[in-house]
Design a protein around this ligand. Structure first.
Ligand SMILES: [Zn+2]
Length: 256
């Protein structure tokens, strides 16, 4: 009898403590889930806002697209040095932060630099114009398919045609035109390097943050045939340093 009374005496406080602890635990779990859902929601909203501002800025004037620069969602230490080449694919979700200038779309920083360079060239009597700047991955896909079709006329095997096509047109997702930081100038001509505009660029492009991206003496490194018309924005400091040391972007990044 005594034993049973003792049992009853302790049973209720134990049950109470157990229930309280259980309720406390459930509350903690609910609180944790709420916080997690809130943060997740905020992140998604921020990403959606960034993506839509990047898309709209691409179609609008430079002034109306202000604010999209905060949309950069890619983890690189210096956005101007992003490497997109035969072995480095454009990162998923990359936001090029585009503005429209001279009838093309360029990255905001590259566009501002190009405008300065263009005015300086004009005051030296040199005319520069952009033939091609930002290209979407879809547009690159079209160009690449067309290039393979052209090479297929001269080469019997599809693999051979593709290998040659890759030297002149980058595979979709592997073209730095998709970064908005690259541009082809003055009509994409093989003899562009015989023109005064090329000479002017050789002397001044680095002072505006641009480099000749595929030089003749670096073809074995860039894996792209010499393109006197293709310029890439990397920022003034990097461009001057690369010019001074005669380094292409791949070499420059290797040294960093
Ligand atoms: Zn190009």
């Amino acid at each position: 009898m005594e034993k049973q009374r003792k049992k009853r005496k302790y049973f209720l406080p134990f049950l109470g403590a157990f229930v309280s602890l259980f309720v406390f635990f459930v509350c903690c779990v609910i609180l944790f889930l709420e916080i997690y859902a809130y943060r997740d929601g905020r992140e998604k909203a921020a990403n959606a806002g960034a993506a839509s501002s990047a898309v709209s800025s691409g179609r609008s004037s430079p002034q109306s697209s202000a604010g999209a620069s905060s949309a950069a969602a890619i983890a690189v230490t210096d956005q101007n040095l992003i490497l997109v080449n035969y072995s480095h694919k454009l990162p998923d979700g990359y936001l090029p932060d585009l503005v429209s200038v001279y009838g093309v779309q360029l990255n905001r920083r590259a566009a501002a630099a190009y405008q300065k360079m263009n005015s300086a060239a004009a005051s030296d009597g040199i005319s520069l114009w952009i033939s091609s700047a930002y290209r979407s991955v879809e547009r690159q896909e079209e160009l690449f398919r067309q290039e393979i079709a052209d090479y297929s006329k001269s080469y019997s095997s599809q693999g051979e045609a593709q290998a040659y096509a890759e030297q002149s047109v980058a595979r979709p997702g592997y073209s730095e035109h998709a970064t908005g930081l690259a541009m082809d100038l003055n009509g994409v001509r093989n003899d562009f390097d015989e023109m005064p505009a090329f000479q002017w660029l050789s002397e001044h492009a680095q002072d505006y943050g641009f480099i000749l991206r595929y030089p003749k003496d670096k073809q074995n490194i860039t894996k792209i045939k010499y393109e006197p018309w293709h310029y890439r924005y990397v920022g003034v400091e990097h461009a001057q340093s690369m010019k001074e040391k005669n380094l292409c972007l791949e070499e420059y990044l290797d040294l960093r």
